[in-house]
Design a protein around this ligand. Structure first.
Ligand code: SF4
Length: 500
């Protein structure tokens, strides 16, 4: 019986589960479906990254003796039919997709042969293992899942205790930026001929994209992703910890790794990244707070997002705890439109330029503003999915709805990540020279983060007062007079009116 393997665009490594069940010269197919990518907007560089990485990986498999078919077509169905007929395939094997929409698409395909889903091996925790951990727990907070991961895989452990006798070095990893920080630049790659051909296709404007397609500086092969990992471990990881929450206008990404696009495509595997960080820690005596903070992002946060996405019911995606309904202002989609708020302008232009922002830029600038201004959660999630180069459904759903917007009412986060300009002024240099004053709450120069923050607390008080962790800020809200609260409501409405 002839078996064929269909390799999806985020399953690009030779040991992925479906390829592992076969050997060269088994027929393998890759498909770029133009109808599929027209269903939503993507960052122009995301299309280039995925398609170029697919084409490079297809060439590598061909060189290794697999019979590779590479199709560029309107739909998935037609090239699959042709390939099945040509090779007389009786069974198509696909590694289980990470995202639900693609699983649904597979179920709708009416192939003239058997379709076998091979369990996904792109994550350390299978969905079944996560379910076993999660079910019957009173709380699903990350910290306990992360500790379970450290124990389960015996990582940064000594005599069954965490190395350094602490699980978490967050308190050392929240330093505000001091002036003159000089992070080493991240490793960048010149486009290959294959990449340039994809850039030309995307630049031709046949797809509704977001952001700039060039300069494109991402790696597109496993070898380049490994170089990016080695460069991060040698040059950026040692300083990563203390400033991981800081933001400065002059350096987009500070000491962040920028490895998530490679991890999410399969060009790097989570355990190899974690083990490489631990090896560097031991060999070069790197600071534990940096190494632990980085490992928590992969062993903790990344696995937790994927596990929760499949554990929570499908209607989680429709959550809207605060009943927020405001549409996203147009400048979120096009930063050439005037944006007087310096922090938003800097982060939005950075995302347009590169498809990337680090976690605090995403959480405390973009998602925080969307939360306190009351933008509709599903529109915000769709925007995050469209603009980030490392975005997938499994990443964005719980990240944006749960962590960023508290739209699930507290399944992930113990309180909403809502903050005023105070946080941004402390953790960045964005406020210097801004048209708004981060200290003001009322009047023309009042920072919109302040107006919306206090108005959010006021509007949502009936929901927030049940949360014990909100007690202190609600007591501060009580210090405002009724006329001050009304003034904030008017300013908030005016802002929405001006940006409608
Ligand atoms: Fe952002 Fe307000 Fe600071 Fe301006 S003053 S950069 S709007 S936080």
């Amino acid at each position: 019986m002839t078996v064929g393997v269909w390799v999806l665009g985020d399953q690009l490594w030779p040991e992925q589960a479906a390829l592992q069940t076969c050997a060269p010269p088994t027929p393998v197919i890759f498909i770029e479906s133009h109808e599929w990518v027209r269903q939503r907007r993507y960052h122009a560089q995301k299309l280039v990254l995925v398609w170029s990485a697919m084409r490079h990986f297809a060439a590598e498999l061909e060189a290794a003796g697999w019979q590779v078919t590479y199709a560029i077509a309107p739909t998935f169905a037609a090239p699959l039919q042709d390939w099945i007929n040509t090779h007389q395939i009786r069974e198509v094997r696909v590694m289980e997709p990470s995202d639900r929409p693609f699983r649904a698409l597979l179920q709708q395909l009416q192939l003239p042969c058997r379709l076998t889903l091979v369990p996904n091996n792109h994550f350390l925790w299978s969905t079944a293992a996560f379910q076993e951990w999660a079910q019957n727990r009173k709380t699903l907070v990350l910290e306990y899942f992360y500790r379970a991961g450290r124990q389960r895989y015996n990582l940064l452990m000594e005599n069954r205790k965490p190395v350094g006798d602490r699980w978490n070095y967050d308190s050392e990893n929240r330093q505000p930026p001091k002036s003159g920080l000089k992070p080493p630049p991240p490793l960048e790659f010149a486009p290959t001929a294959i990449t340039q051909a994809v850039i030309d296709t995307v630049a031709a404007g046949n797809f509704a994209t977001y952001g700039q397609v060039q300069p494109f500086r991402w790696g597109v092969t496993r070898a380049q992703a490994q170089q990016a990992l080695a460069h991060f471990l040698a040059h950026r990881l040692p300083q990563f910890g203390p400033y991981q929450d800081a933001m400065v206008a002059e350096h987009d990404t500070l000491w962040h790794s920028l490895l998530s696009p490679y991890l999410n495509l399969g060009l790097l595997q989570p355990m190899e990244v974690i083990e490489a960080a631990i090896a560097a820690y031991k060999e070069h005596h790197l600071p534990l707070n940096s190494v632990e903070g980085f490992i928590r992002q992969i062993l903790g946060w990344r696995e937790y997002m994927y596990g929760l996405y499949h554990f929570l019911p499908e209607d989680y995606g429709q959550s809207n705890y605060f009943q927020h309904q405001h549409p996203l202002p147009a400048f979120f989609w096009d930063s050439r439109q005037p944006i007087a708020m310096t922090c938003l302008r800097l982060v939005l232009t950075q995302v347009e330029r590169s498809g990337y922002a680090h976690h605090i830029q995403r959480l405390m600038i973009l998602a925080n503003f969307a939360l306190i201004a009351g933008f509709q959660p599903q529109a915000v999630k769709e925007w995050f999915h469209a603009v980030f180069i490392d975005a997938y459904d499994w990443v964005m759903q719980t990240n944006v709805l749960g962590m960023g917007l508290f739209a699930d009412g507290g399944i992930l986060a113990s309180k909403p990540y809502a903050a005023s300009a105070n946080y941004i002024q402390r953790m960045s240099n964005y406020c210097q020279g801004c048209a708004y004053d981060p200290k003001q709450r009322f009047g023309d120069r009042a920072c919109p983060f302040n107006v919306f923050y206090w108005n959010f607390l006021d509007r949502q008080r009936h929901r927030l007062q049940a949360n014990g962790r909100m007690g202190l800020v609600l007591r501060n809200l009580d210090k405002l007079t009724t006329s001050e609260r009304h003034a904030l409501a008017r300013q908030a409405e005016q802002w929405h009116h001006q940006h409608a």
